[in-house]
Design a protein around this ligand. Structure first.
Ligand SMILES: *[C@@H]1O[C@H](CO)[C@@H](O)[C@H](O)[C@H]1NC(C)=O
Ligand SMILES: *[C@@H]1O[C@H](CO)[C@@H](O)[C@H](O)[C@H]1NC(C)=O
Ligand SMILES: *[C@@H]1O[C@H](CO)[C@@H](O)[C@H](O)[C@H]1NC(C)=O
Ligand SMILES: *[C@@H]1O[C@H](CO)[C@@H](O)[C@H](O)[C@H]1NC(C)=O
Ligand SMILES: *[C@@H]1O[C@H](CO)[C@@H](O)[C@H](O)[C@H]1NC(C)=O
Ligand SMILES: *[C@@H]1O[C@H](CO)[C@@H](O)[C@H](O)[C@H]1NC(C)=O
Length: 413
């Protein structure tokens, strides 16, 4: 490397102007083991608090797919993000998502997506979640579908990240510390939902027991690989009630039987089977690897309570999307929220955004409204929906749950 370039580099780093290409430059620095350690400011593994590594799909994707394959997903368009960021960020929400509120509650900054090479900051952890991803390998190819990195690819990405961090640590003592840091960190999962929402009941011979077994086999593998890499604290979210989601209600997939609340009975049963088996899987892992914590995050029951008792939450339209192009559930598959308007059967079809977001649970097709994502995050932060009991704030030894503009929700609940 020319020395002028080198001087420029170190100057760049000394000034901490971690602007364009910081990741690339830092990788270069790692390879050269040069005095560019300051580059790793943004990958700071030296903080004493545990990091947070998130794996999963659209409910917690903070822009991974937007970076990997831009200009594809509707979540990059108006009105996504409009109620908080004033622009779309790739999040499938009108504002912040579940993971954002979890981080706010802990006192951490929002996790950056793994692929964020410009201004990325991994001080508090890394978000590997990729919208549309499945637990099984079906979305690994990066094809034209919405999903990119399936769970095991995300685990491989983590493996690569961890290896770089360990390689970058200078000296045995520092390497031990970095490894300890990975062992002390928290590994969070929001996966499985797309394994069903893409395929369930599409064919006559769809076999729920077999499908659930396949999904969980991949999840088990992911968890065990991470355990093998030294992870010791796992928080795994279960699948939310898909049978009540506006997009599922609007489709004709399934046997057409509804439960007492107006949700699709076969879809509800499928999700419950997954969640039962997930609970058993975590029990199994607890017995198998007793030196690790295997925590279930029961987001399913938080959703279900809201769908079943909407008035308790001030919700008027539990089964209708806030943003959509009309119809009973405000979902029109020809023009989804954020999609371009078009003529369908001679009619101009165009999405609109609801006036009062607090009257809805679901934002678009199946992702929660921002206010509801806050409420779900509370189930994690309060510990009320974690089993066995787990106190995240105690764990990170962090600031008290900072109160936000969503306080009114808790007083209502
Ligand atoms: C990275 O994030 C941490 C934690 O929020 C913050 O303290 C730090 O200032 C950030 N670094 C840069 C370079 O933005
Ligand atoms: C699934 O993908 C992972 C990660 O790419 C790979 O290691 C694994 O062999 C694949 N498994 C199957 C059954 O294809
Ligand atoms: C899936 O089914 C097989 C065969 O019955 C069983 O051995 C395996 O434990 C199941 N896997 C999970 C994750 O439940
Ligand atoms: C549809 O599936 C549900 C759940 O398995 C079942 O209770 C119901 O009887 C089924 N309805 C029909 C018409 O087969
Ligand atoms: C979308 O809206 C148009 C116009 O109202 C309607 O004709 C069409 O059936 C709708 N499509 C779906 C899938 O709901
Ligand atoms: C979290 O705790 C607050 C205060 O005790 C409570 O109002 C709220 O309902 C809890 N959230 C959940 C999701 O249980």
């Amino acid at each position: 490397m020319p020395s002028g370039r080198r001087a420029l580099l170190s100057n760049f780093c000394a000034l901490q102007r971690v602007l364009a290409m910081s990741l690339l430059l830092c990788l270069l620095a790692t390879v050269l083991r040069a005095p560019f350690a300051l580059c790793f400011l943004v990958n700071d593994i030296s903080s004493s608090t545990p990091s947070f590594y998130a794996f999963g799909a659209s409910m917690i994707d903070n822009g991974e797919n937007k970076i990997a394959m831009p200009f594809r997903a509707l979540s990059e368009n108006v009105p996504y993000g409009s109620d908080f960021f004033s622009k779309s960020t790739g999040r499938w929400s009108n504002g912040r998502n579940l993971l954002d509120f979890m981080m706010e509650g802990i006192g951490y900054s929002y996790l950056d997506p793994y692929l964020k090479s410009i201004n990325g900051n991994f001080t508090n952890g890394v978000n590997f979640a990729s919208s549309g991803s499945t637990a099984r390998n079906s979305t690994a190819e990066g094809d034209d579908s919405a999903g990119l990195f399936c769970l095991l690819v995300q685990v491989d990405q983590f493996r690569e990240y961890q290896a770089s961090m360990i390689l970058n640590a200078k000296g045995l003592h520092e390497q031990m510390r970095v490894k300890k840091k990975f062992a002390d960190s928290i590994y969070f999962f929001e996966t499985g939902s797309n394994d069903y929402s893409f395929n369930a009941f599409r064919t006559d011979d769809y076999n729920p027991t077999l499908e659930v077994n396949t999904t969980l086999t991949y999840m088990k593998r992911a968890l065990e690989v991470l355990y093998g890499l030294g992870a010791r604290t796992f928080v795994v979210m279960n699948v939310t009630p898909l049978g009540c989601a506006p997009s599922v209600l609007n489709s004709d997939v399934g046997n057409g039987t509804y439960d007492a609340y107006g949700c699709k009975a076969d879809w509800q049963e499928l999700v419950e089977l997954h969640n039962q088996r997930l609970t058993s899987l975590l029990e199994h892992l607890r017995n198998e690897h007793a030196d690790a914590e295997w925590v279930l995050f029961d987001a399913h029951s938080i959703f279900l309570d809201a769908y079943h008792n909407p008035s308790k939450y001030g919700v008027v339209y539990p089964f209708k999307a806030c943003c959509g192009a009309g119809g009973r559930y405000n979902v029109n598959s020809s023009v989804l929220c954020g999609g371009s308007p078009m003529y369908v059967d001679g009619k101009y079809v165009q999405w609109t955004k609801c006036e009062d977001p607090t009257q809805y649970i679901i934002w678009d097709t199946l992702h929660p409204m921002e206010w509801f994502a806050y409420y779900i995050a509370e189930g994690f932060l309060n510990g009320t929906h974690l089993s066995p009991s787990f106190n995240i704030l105690e764990r990170v030894n962090a600031v008290k749950l900072s109160r936000t503009d969503y306080d009114f929700i808790t007083s209502a609940g």
